[in-house]
Design a binder for this molecule. Structure first.
Ligand SMILES: C[S@@+](CC[C@H](N)C(=O)[O-])C[C@H]1O[C@@H](n2cnc3c(N)ncnc32)[C@H](O)[C@@H]1O
Length: 208
């Protein structure tokens, strides 16, 4: 397992070293539905929001533009986070967002999480033990809200050249039940920077 994790880190560092945001399929100018779903929760702006494997996503910065002051982005790739920080447009965002280089399987929160967000990271855990670790950890930390985005059964079988696990909303709900229940789900078509389409499953789960 250690070699696999090392390889994963090498893979992602290489991607962020060699590809611009326009050259990777997952780039979104408007991080939806994640942003709207988080805003719908009408949370206190000091709520702790974690973007798991956030890479160069604009979600964290957009949240700070909406007043959120405690957002953490972690990712296995240091280069992704360095780029993300360099690209921040405001001092407010620089103060409100903390970055951590970390494998999701080793992640430990330093305080209670209100929202756990993960778009296109959980689906890379094709090994059952790794998937179990992710789910068990999340249930233990018990964030009030969990938002997950994965490729759907109508989506691709690989992401960034790596195999992924596709999920329908029901699959995700079963994995996190009974500790979590479904609030909403959506199959969303993502248009990549080169104009291809990818079907994603998004679910919002709430601690039961
Ligand atoms: C497909 S990209 C999605 C990035 C971001 N969530 C978004 O929606 O724009 C997958 C991200 O997960 C990160 N990643 C992959 N495996 C990871 C792991 N085991 N732990 C933490 N981050 C990981 C990658 O470095 C990459 O930034």
């Amino acid at each position: 397992m250690e070699t696999a994790l090392l390889n994963a880190r090498t893979h992602w560092e290489h991607i962020y070293e060699t590809k611009t945001t326009q050259q990777v399929s997952w780039t979104q100018e408007d991080p939806q539905p994640s942003l709207d779903w988080i805003l719908k929760l009408a949370l206190d702006p000091s709520s702790f929001i974690v973007d798991s494997g956030g890479g160069r996503s604009l979600l964290a910065e957009k949240l700070t533009e909406q007043g959120f002051s405690d957002v953490e982005v972690f990712d296995i790739s240091m280069r992704a986070l360095t780029q993300a920080r360099q690209e921040l447009k405001s001092e407010v965002a620089r103060e409100a967002i903390s970055y951590r280089v970390c494998n999701v399987l080793d992640y430990k929160p330093e305080k209670d999480i209100t929202v756990w967000h993960d778009r296109a990271v959980f689906h890379f855990l094709v090994d059952e033990d790794q998937r179990g670790t992710y789910i068990d950890n999340l249930k233990k930390w018990a964030p009030k809200h969990v938002i997950l985005g994965t490729f759907s059964p109508n989506g691709p079988l690989k992401c960034s050249g790596l195999p992924i696990q596709q999920y329908a909303a029901d699959d995700l709900v079963s994995l996190f039940a009974p500790e979590y229940t479904l609030v909403r789900s959506e199959e969303r078509i993502h248009v990549t920077p080169t104009g291809n389409t990818q079907a994603f499953t998004f679910v919002e789960l709430q601690r039961a």
